[in-house]
Design a protein around this ligand. Structure first.
Ligand code: NAP
Length: 251
């Protein structure tokens, strides 16, 4: 497949490498100078493109930028892009990083807001695992310790295609439902960055409480920002799990 990825950071860059390794033709873009982008693209095994060129002639566009960067993308970016090009959103809204986005703060589902900003549907995927999980914890299909990733979206056939990409990246997939239900794998929920297998993730997606998720999200950031030392990846995952007593991996 031809895959264009906007954002070459921790998530976009990792997805790019994995998709190249799986045999896809990948182009990438970011907000930097084009010669620096070319160097980055070559490290990833991808080609470099401007954001405007990247969205043309691809099967899938993956948006992997901070939420606040979405409205800063070129106006009408997708106007000429065929309707069957699938757009994936990996974003998570963090007020400390993304500033105030009133509609999301008032409860709009993050990826619904993203879809409105860009004027077309999105599939939410690659958002509920930490970058380090994505880098290091992918496993072959059928492996007993395989971690699962959540996916949401309104088009079943689009989710099937993106699920295949997630599978190639080394993770099982659990469908959380339509895009309106993607709050179930936003920050502050039991499905978020807790490294669960497929059965556990299915339950965690049901156990989230929408009204309290933003408070939980902000309390986690506050706790970790007050620490004098950087928490390890395993500590973050353990802490996320411990917030939800029903989580089967909570010790
Ligand atoms: N890190 C995680 O563990 C994690 C896990 C799941 C989901 N996510 C979510 O996935 C998204 C990406 O996260 P990340 O950790 O990969 O972020 P990151 O490392 O900060 O990378 C962000 C990328 O977005 C690019 N960018 C920013 N504004 C842009 C614009 N206007 N046009 C084009 N490119 C732009 C940046 O370009 P430059 O390289 O030029 O700066 C950078 O390549 C975020 O919404 C995040 O919340 C993150």
């Amino acid at each position: 497949m031809k895959i264009g990825i906007i954002g070459t950071g921790a998530i976009g860059g990792t997805i790019a490498k994995k998709m190249v390794a799986a045999g896809h033709q990948v182009s990438v873009s970011n907000s930097g100078e084009f010669d620096e982008l070319e160097k980055k693209a070559s490290e990833l095994g991808a080609s470099a493109a401007t954001v405007g060129d990247l969205v043309k002639d691809v099967d899938v566009v993956i948006l992997s930028v901070p939420t606040i960067a979405i409205p800063r993308l070129p106006k009408n970016l997708f106007d000429q892009v065929p309707k069957d090009t699938i757009v994936v959103d990996t974003s998570n809204y963090y007020p400390f990083r993304d500033a105030d986005i009133d509609e999301i703060k008032k409860g709009k589902v993050e990826s619904v807001w993203v879809a409105e900003q860009i004027g077309r549907p999105v599939v939410k995927a690659f958002n509920n695992l930490l970058a380090e999980t994505l880098v290091a914890k992918g496993r072959p299909e059928g492996a007993p310790d395989r971690i699962a990733m959540a996916i949401s979206g309104d088009e079943v056939k689009d989710k099937a295609i993106i699920s295949r990409l997630v599978n190639e990246a080394g993770f099982d997939v659990v469908d959380a439902g339509d895009l309106e239900n993607s709050w179930r794998h936003q920050p502050g929920t039991p499905a978020y960055c807790t490294e669960l297998n497929a059965g556990e993730l299915e339950r965690a997606l049901q156990d989230g409480i929408r009204a309290v998720a933003p408070q939980i999200r902000d309390s986690v950031i506050k706790l970790f920002s007050e620490r004098t030392s950087q928490p390890s990846h395993e500590e973050i995952v353990e802490y996320n799990r411990s917030l939800f007593p029903k989580n089967p991996k909570t010790s």
